[in-house]
Write a protein that binds this ligand. Structure first.
Ligand code: ATP
Ligand code: MG
Length: 480
């Protein structure tokens, strides 16, 4: 069957006996929702990533449901539900901490965006992005009033679609064949309009429809392809990979808030190390982290690369152990290479090291923030963590003691350890700071010679910090 032609009217139906998806692997709450929809006389399917994961044999992260019931009808069936989404509405049915998402089939002649995108823009509009965060992108409003529900921007990107429909319309808006399978609660069969079952069997990521058109509609699909490649160990089909070479640049027009969301899915979900290598291999990294990608090409010692790989491996490990991870730390890992190079340039032209690093951090983080919107709750501690790194070189007097008590010491120290591990710092320095933390306050004072060093700190730190508020600094912060 040619599933690239895009107009198959009826699905291949794989009967329960012919596929391995068992109800025992499906969340009990998702089953409850499916059964109640069915008993209410509606169609009800599991759809998307969960069907794919069940077929592969991995435990789905969440269970999404598609139905022909309208959002209001879903709302009425479930007291524990609420409708979300400004333009395209869908229902969230809540069971304690678990949310089952129920979306009404969407009609469209062309495929459409993920309904959640509305909500990303909505949520982040309230978040305090750094000064350069541009949330909304360029929306070209339609000329034809009958076209109010479909909005494209001037690059063919589909920004809005708002019409409900049937399952055989719903399928075409989905991105990859492996993400477009429907599990029918009526008879436990799987409906396949696009050859997804076969692509899962051969572990292939293939776009539904014409790849170039689908990437132009939503360039983030390029990142999603890489994410599924990293997460599932699938291979991106040649037809879905070829357009990267010409279309990767379209990622630069994606609102930074959405790229932040995608960044987190790529790097903080347990397969970040692999995502990073694949993004580089596919030439997409330079559109997410331009300064980092450039630095990696130029660097001779491979230290920034080693740091990134160590940081990501570390994060993946934490995820595997169920420990918390923060984007703040990973941004620092990604940006450290270009930050140190920028600081080094300033240092060589005679600037005080403390000022050089502070300015370098401002420059690199400011640029990065125009690409991936870093909320202030991450960027403020990250800037500090980076700017604090040179302070580990000062191991004498009160400054060293004061540093131990600094509110950001712990994060800065973890970062130091990672740099030492990656060969980007003298391991002796890391050892010293590790050991000094095990001492009593008395011993610490002895170790750093604080008593003999005595006296108030000489001015440089303070004087220079004040200088940062000067003309040059302000100019950098307001430029955009
Ligand atoms: P994960 O396991 O990481 O959640 P997923 O496939 O469930 O993977 P989601 O981002 O949760 O991915 O999206 C759910 C489904 O919505 C997808 O399987 C796909 O069918 C559809 N979808 C999501 N984003 C897009 C998009 N940008 N373009 C087209 N379809 C999309
Ligand atoms: Mg999902």
């Amino acid at each position: 069957m040619d599933h690239q032609s895009g107009a198959a009217p009826s699905p291949v139906i794989v009967a329960r006996a012919d596929h391995p998806v068992s109800r025992s692997r499906i969340s009990g709450n998702a089953l409850k929702v499916l059964y109640r929809l069915r008993d209410g006389g509606y169609q009800a399917f599991l759809v998307g990533g969960c069907v794919r994961d069940l077929l592969i044999g991995i435990q789905p992260k969440d269970f999404d449901i598609a139905t022909d019931a309208s959002p209001e009808e879903v709302r009425r069936l479930f007291r524990n539900s609420r409708l979300i989404g400004r333009r395209f509405r869908l229902a969230h049915v809540r069971f304690g901490p678990q949310i089952i998402e129920v979306a009404t089939f969407r009609a469209s002649n062309a495929p459409t965006l993920d309904p959640e995108l509305d909500d990303i823009a909505e949520e982040d509009a309230d978040d305090s992005l750094d000064e350069n965060g541009d949330i909304n992108g360029n929306v070209a409003e339609p000329d034809d009033p009958r076209d109010l529900d479909r909005v494209h921007d001037d690059r063919g990107r589909l920004l809005r679609d708002n019409v409900y429909g049937t399952i055989d319309q719903d399928v075409w808006r989905r991105d990859f064949t492996c993400n477009a399978l429907y599990y029918n609660i009526e008879d436990f069969s799987i409906w396949d309009y696009v050859g997804g079952v076969e692509d899962i069997r051969t572990r292939t990521i293939r776009l539904i429809g014409d790849p170039e058109t689908r990437y132009r509609e939503d360039p983030v699909r390029m990142l999603r392809a890489v994410r599924f490649e990293a997460k599932l160990g699938f291979t991106i089909h040649e037809s879905a990979r070829a357009p990267f070479a010409t279309l990767a640049g379209l990622l630069e027009h994606i609102p930074p808030a959405r790229l932040l969301d995608e960044f987190q899915k790529l790097f903080l979900a347990g397969f970040g190390r692999r995502s990073f290598d694949l993004l580089r291999e596919h030439g997409l990294l330079e559109h997410l982290f331009p300064a980092t990608a450039e630095h990696l090409v130029a660097e001779k010692d491979g230290m920034a690369l080693a740091l990134i790989r160590a940081g990501l491996a570390n994060t993946d490990q934490r995820v595997a152990e169920g420990r918390s991870v923060t984007p703040m730390f990973l941004f620092a890992v990604m940006l450290f290479g270009p930050v140190s190079a920028a600081a080094q340039r300033r240092f060589e032209s005679g600037m005080h090291p403390g000022v050089a690093i502070a300015e370098a951090v401002d420059e690199v983080v400011g640029q990065q923030n125009r690409r991936i919107g870093i909320p202030k709750r991450f960027s403020i501690p990250m800037r500090e963590l980076l700017a604090l790194q040179p302070r580990f070189h000062r191991r004498d007097g009160r400054r060293a003691l004061g540093f131990l008590a600094h509110p950001r010491f712990r994060a800065a120290y973890d970062f130091l350890l990672l740099r030492a591990e990656a060969g980007a710092e003298d391991p002796e320095i890391a050892r010293w700071w590790t050991e000094v933390q095990t001492l009593t306050p008395e011993q610490q004072r002895e170790r750093v010679g604080a008593d003999s060093g005595g006296g108030p700190e000489p001015g440089p730190g303070r004087r220079r910090r004040r200088r940062r508020g000067g003309r040059r600094h302000r100019a950098q912060n307001t430029e955009n």
